[in-house]
Design a protein around this ligand. Structure first.
Ligand SMILES: Cc1cc2nc3c(=O)[nH]c(=O)nc-3n(C[C@H](O)[C@H](O)[C@H](O)COP(=O)(O)O)c2cc1C
Length: 380
């Protein structure tokens, strides 16, 4: 199958993934919280970014390489940490890490992924970012960080926008329980998706392997978003700064004054995100917050962005609004659930072609030049 003809966009991969995943896994992947309004607001804010095409510039040769916090990546995007990634396809974490190594992109591993840092160690190369939901027990937290470091992860991502669980009503309706239980309903949904069921039967039912070591009879390592972890606070950050000698990113920032406070505390980058709309449905679209955060931080401080990015044009829009680097969550799982490793490669292919085409239309060679192509400024 020529994927460029059959699935030329990321939403095409999404449609195939939906057909291959059981309903409960699909709802877990796709849902936000509440009415999914924060997801809609993210999408609307990206759609509202209009860019100016150019004339008589000749043909440009876009160069997508991007340096972030001293490391050079081949393109300005990577894999956002996603909990229970292995639920969407067994081995999805390893498939995505291998893709990132092959393509020179950053790979974010969630604390509550199905695979552990040790599972990733042989595959993650020099591309690993480890996302931390701090375990409540500080000894466990320190142990987890040293395991991540030993496995080769060099950048720490502290998720700061999960002070407590959110309701995730769609997941509940889909039949997911806490702790996860294979009910007759989930079993029936799985039987209707034979490819997925066979893959899971071969690999075993996914669990949060990275935290298994710390589980006790009283506190089993639970499901993503519900795993027992401490709400991140200032004291925790200070301790992390002592424990982690690499860069630390604050993920999940929307309020400009918070971004400034976190920068002044010593974070190395700010990641503007509303957590894929999964934590607080009252939150703004991440793309609506992005230019405000950029303005507050000034032009040079590293800013990472995510939320509803589904094309190379969206990557350009985010950079136009002030991002240095763009991460994607769900689209990678669409790719892997649809076509395995080939699907992950196709995600990068689509983003590369689309972004390159957009840059040629605007007559620019480097991604950051898109900031001079904002329509309002050009005609201003
Ligand atoms: C199924 C799912 C699980 C997620 N789990 C985590 C997580 O464990 N840690 C985290 O920091 N963010 C998590 N996120 C948020 C993503 O890292 C990212 O911020 C979000 O998915 C970006 O939006 P996008 O999916 O529209 O690209 C999760 C998102 C999804 C969809």
């Amino acid at each position: 199958m020529d994927l460029d003809l059959s699935h030329p966009t990321l939403p095409d991969l999404r449609a195939r993934a939906k057909r291959r995943l059981p309903h409960f896994a699909w709802e877990y992947l796709e849902s936000g919280t509440g009415e999914d309004s924060a997801i809609r607001r993210s999408r609307e804010a990206l759609d509202a970014v209009v860019l100016a095409p150019a004339v008589l510039k000749g043909r440009t040769e876009p160069d997508l390489t991007t340096t972030l916090m001293g490391r050079t990546y081949t393109r300005p995007w990577g894999v956002s940490p996603v909990g229970m990634t292995g639920l969407f396809w067994p081995g999805a974490e390893i498939t995505l890490a291998q893709h990132c190594v092959a393509q020179g992109l950053p790979f974010g591993l969630s604390t509550v992924a199905a695979a552990s840092v040790e599972d990733l160690a042989p595959h993650v190369g020099d591309q690993g970012w480890f996302q931390l939901y701090p375990p409540r027990d500080m000894d466990h937290c320190e142990d987890l960080l040293s395991r991540a470091k030993a496995a080769g992860f060099h950048t720490l991502v502290l998720t700061v926008d999960v002070p407590g669980p959110s309701r995730r009503e769609r997941q509940r309706r889909g039949g997911l329980q806490t702790p996860p239980r294979i009910t007759p309903r989930l079993f029936l949904q799985s039987v209707l998706r034979p490819h997925w069921s066979m893959a899971v039967a071969r690999a075993g039912v996914p669990s949060v392997r990275g935290l298994a070591k710390y589980a006790s009879p009283h506190e089993p390592a639970r499901h993503v978003g519900l795993a027992p972890h401490a709400a991140p606070d200032l004291a925790l950050f200070k301790r992390l700064r002592e424990l982690w000698d690499g860069p630390i990113i604050a993920k999940g920032v929307l309020v400009p004054s918070d971004a400034v406070m976190l920068r002044d505390l010593g974070f190395d980058a700010i990641w503007v995100s509303n957590h894929g709309g999964r934590q607080f449905d009252g939150a703004p679209g991440s793309a609506a917050a992005l230019p405000l955060v950029r303005k507050a931080l000034g032009p040079d401080f590293p800013v990472i962005f995510d939320g509803t990015v589904t094309s190379g044009l969206d990557v350009l829009r985010a950079i136009a609004l002030g991002a240095d680097f763009v991460m994607l969550g769900r689209p990678w799982l669409w790719g892997v659930a649809a076509f395995g490793a080939r699907g992950a490669a196709h995600v990068t292919h689509i983003l590369t072609e689309d972004m390159t085409s957009g840059m040629i239309q605007m007559g620019i060679t480097r991604p950051a030049e898109v900031r001079d192509r904002l329509w309002d400024q050009v005609i201003g």
